[in-house]
Design a protein around this ligand. Structure first.
Ligand code: 5CA
Length: 438
């Protein structure tokens, strides 16, 4: 993408309303724009990152055997009356009426709707286990939206729902999602720790929150230091096999949020030098809640004994529009964002040090064409701006590699490459650049 043809409204100074670094940087890097309290537009650069996060989530959900669909954002109130949550959900629920004065709501979550889909079509235990998920905008009328898209009112969530014949099978579904989550966050460059958690309005008795440690996190967490270094299950992990060893390995070390921590237990279980107590950001939350929705909504299958059996369910959420700022909280420096390559809006930026100089323009155009043809997701800063402002923009928006070419380099036939994360620079012949960054 040529920057002279793109839409990247970077800001020079720090917006005063932004209290945390990720909010400041997302505004300055031209990633988001607030439209109203808790409501954001995702501008091109931010949207590109959001879609890279989405693709990783979809790949890992699909690897675990979950099947993607898409449900509407607007839901019928009657559905929520069946589960008894319509009144219980409280002021966070945005209730609306259509022109015929029928009652609807903007979905804060989809347990009722997915259970309605399930009960319509699935009748036999032979169709189980089943895990259906979607990635859809949600609305929760948060009393105090803040920190940009970290806590907004409209937000993008991946929510998956599992259906099983009994609790044992449902726990296996939970373990599959647990392993999928370990892989998902690691691929985004995040260290997300699964912590025993409260179940709240979703319900159930088995639940883990996925927390990344960050000073600006809203919750206080307590865990064993070894959890921060544990190896992640490999790409070829067998999701049809027994995942309990992995689940037990990860849950045998103490980790709990402030709502769940038992300090006596924590101090007994974790040697002093291994205790980590820190602020954390909740980037995901998974639940097993049995028949909480399937019972009142009569979602059952015929078991192999011919008897009608109400199915056991779980739900598994990731807040995509919270993951993006969480990555920035975990990966930035004084010059701006430092994107992991896997979620960077562009893999590399080609910086033309003397736009307008015919030879330099020609060499940069050629190199940009070669890098793009090699399959790199390229940004090309071809603007008629001084070099300093180009370096500042590249550092601010956090592109992993800066490929720098100017008249001097042209003379010696050399290009400089700067690695954004480490600041390392290397000079190499123009002809070797594609191979080096591919
Ligand atoms: N106001 C919000 N702004 C941004 N992200 C949010 C907000 N509320 C929740 N999230 C994200 O959505 C995730 C799941 O939300 S949740 O309430 O814990 N779980 C559910 O809604 C279940 N239905 C999971 S499918 C949270 O872990 C968090 O990452």
């Amino acid at each position: 993408m040529r920057l002279s043809r793109y839409f990247l409204p970077v800001l020079r100074d720090v917006p005063k309303e932004a209290e945390i670094v990720s909010h400041r940087l997302m505004l300055r890097a031209g990633m988001i724009r607030q439209q109203a309290s808790g409501l954001y537009s995702w501008l091109p650069l931010g949207y590109k990152v959001l879609m890279k996060v989405q693709r990783i989530i979809e790949e890992e959900q699909n690897r675990s055997g979950a099947i993607e669909l898409l449900m509407p954002t607007i839901q019928s109130a009657d559905l929520w009356r069946e589960s008894g949550r319509y009144d219980a959900y409280g002021k966070e629920m945005l209730r609306i009426e259509d022109r015929h004065e029928r009652e609807f709501l903007y979905g804060p979550t989809n347990e009722e709707m997915i259970t309605d889909i399930f009960r319509t079509y699935v009748k036999s235990y032979k169709d189980l286990p089943l895990n259906l998920y979607h990635i859809q905008w949600k609305f929760r009328d948060e009393v105090r939206p803040r920190f940009g898209t970290m806590r907004s009112r409209e937000f993008l969530m991946k929510d998956a729902y599992s259906f099983d014949l009994d609790k044992d099978s449902a726990v296996k579904a939970y373990e599959r999602m647990f392993v999928a989550y370990l892989r998902t966050y690691a691929r985004m460059g995040l260290t997300a720790i699964p912590m025993r958690a409260d179940t709240g309005p979703i319900g159930g008795d088995l639940s883990h929150e996925w927390i990344i440690l960050a000073e600006t996190g809203e919750s206080q967490v307590f865990c064993h230091r070894d959890l921060l270094e544990k190896p992640i299950p490999p790409k070829n992990v067998d999701f049809r096999g027994d995942l309990k060893p992995i689940f037990n390995d990860w849950t045998s070390l103490y980790a709990a949020t402030e709502e769940m921590v038992d300090h006596a237990e924590y101090e007994a279980a974790v040697p002093e030098d291994k205790r980590v107590s820190a602020r954390g950001i909740e980037v995901g939350h998974i639940f097993y809640f049995g028949t909480k929705y399937s019972e009142p909504m009569k979602a059952s299958v015929t078991g192999n004994d011919g008897k009608e059996t109400v199915v056991h369910m779980g739900s598994y959420g990731i807040g995509l529009t919270r993951v993006v700022p969480a990555i920035i909280e975990a990966s930035h420096d004084e010059n701006g964002i430092v994107w992991p390559v896997s979620v960077a809006p562009f893999e590399a930026v080609l910086i033309n040090l003397k736009a307008g100089d015919a030879d330099t323009d020609a060499a940069c155009d050629k190199l940009y064409g070669e890098l793009t043809a090699a399959g790199l997701d390229m940004l090309y800063d071809d603007r008629d701006q001084p070099a300093g402002s180009k370096f500042a923009t590249a550092d601010l928006v956090g592109i992993p590699y800066q490929i720098i070419l100017g008249p001097r380099g042209l003379k010696t036939g050399e290009v400089e490459i700067k690695h954004r994360k480490t600041g390392e620079r290397e000079t190499l012949p123009l002809a070797n650049v594609v191979e080096r960054v591919r």
